[in-house]
Design a protein around this ligand. Structure first.
Ligand SMILES: Nc1ncnc2c1ncn2[C@@H]1O[C@H](COP(=O)(O)OP(=O)(O)OP(=O)(O)O)[C@@H](O)[C@H]1O
Ligand SMILES: [Mg+2]
Ligand SMILES: [Zn+2]
Length: 344
């Protein structure tokens, strides 16, 4: 009987779309959860902070309609703002103030480049920074940070993170001989990531920056569930194919209760060597508009720059190579903005 009633509740609710995400309130939508106990219905709707006003009408209509279902004695509609991640005990432990995951829907849009340069920028603000390469499928941190040595084991049997440019980093790329295996089953992913937290002597940090693989797979979910993520930063290039994938990423993080700290647009434009004008190769302002649409902070834009590519390839982050350069200063400004918003 309770299953029948639950399916009747969803028959009703699925006629409505979430005013924010535009997804139908059906059982697949993780932002809505209906329970039925001894005649009492609880419907929990997960929303973003500050959006309460958008849900008044829907709550009222749902309540009115669900009350009509035979066997229902009471209906309680609960609107909750983002889950408080910090109240839950997490399995992946580390002594750090903020953990920031750098994510994208599409591959190759510049997550690793951003993660490294954000880390260096935060470091230059006198913060203690760790960089965790969670891209176990194709780790790029060793190359971008210019290190290819094996981490040592301390007397507590923990791996000592590699230090370079004042950053502590850990990557599966430091440990595995050649290329890392490309096939990882779900539980292995979780185990590997757990090792990078609990099995590493990180010490005390202000920031742990996590470089994620692309997409919305096991690594993302495992980190969202098991670590105290402060939030994620979404990297996208401005063109529609990248934005479509970015949206999927945004929705996934929302569903698992991870705050989106902002969107960064990479490869926004190219400053031409010939005419010195900005050329918008992947279209203009795509990610900026997307941020606006989702009501997510827009953290900044990074141009296409052959020096930046060269610096990444040769293991010298751009701020280290040229602290006064325009792009270095863009990373500094993003780091300051972020640190300010997280310290207040
Ligand atoms: N703004 C930029 N200008 C020029 N080259 C860039 C820029 N951003 C990234 N690149 C280059 O593009 C390539 C892909 O960047 P990166 O590895 O950071 O992307 P990614 O999103 O981490 O990729 P993956 O999904 O494979 O992990 C690299 O060669 C990098 O140097
Ligand atoms: Mg990468
Ligand atoms: Zn030109």
């Amino acid at each position: 009987m309770s299953n029948e009633i639950l399916s009747l509740i969803y028959t009703f609710s699925r006629k409505f779309n979430d005013p924010k995400t535009n997804l139908a309130f059906d059982p697949k939508n993780k932002n809505i959860l209906a329970t039925f106990n001894n005649g009492n219905v609880n419907v929990t709707i997960q929303i973003s902070n500050g959006d309460e006003h958008l849900y008044h009408d829907i709550s009222r209509l749902l309540k009115k309609n669900i009350e009509q279902i035979p066997g229902v004695l009471s209906v309680n509609i609960i609107i909750t703002a983002e889950k408080n991640q910090n109240s839950v005990e997490k399995k992946f432990k580390i002594d750090v103030k903020n953990i920031i995951a750098v994510a994208s829907g599409k591959g190759g849009v510049g997550k690793s480049t951003f993660a490294v340069n954000l880390s260096v920028a935060l470091k230059s603000l006198n913060l203690r920074v760790g960089l965790l390469d969670a891209d176990i499928y194709g780790p790029s941190i060793p190359r971008m940070i210019g290190v290819s040595k094996k981490p040592e084991m301390n007397k507590d049997k923990k791996l000592v993170p590699i230090e370079n440019y004042g950053l502590k980093s850990m990557s599966i790329g430091y440990i595995l001989e050649n290329e890392s295996p490309t096939i990882w089953r779900g539980p292995m992913v979780m185990k590997a990531l757990e090792q990078m937290f609990n099995g590493v002597a990180w010490g005390t940090l202000d920031y742990l920056i996590i470089d994620l693989p692309p997409g919305t797979g096991d690594a993302q979910l495992s980190l969202a569930q098991n670590s105290k993520l402060t939030g994620s930063i979404i990297i996208s290039t401005p063109q529609e194919v990248a934005l479509t994938d970015a949206r999927k990423g945004i929705n996934m993080f929302k569903k698992v209760g991870v705050r989106i700290l902002g969107i960064v647009e990479n490869m926004s434009y190219f400053i031409c060597d010939k005419c010195s004008e900005k050329h918008f190769i992947f279209s203009k302002d795509g990610a900026k508009k997307e941020a606006h649409k989702f009501n997510i902070p827009f953290l900044g834009e990074i141009p296409i720059d052959s020096k930046l590519r060269h610096q990444s390839d040769s293991g010298i982050p751009c701020y280290i190579d040229n602290p006064e350069g325009d792009i270095s200063q863009k990373f500094i400004s993003i780091a300051k903005q972020l640190d300010k918003s997280l310290s207040s």
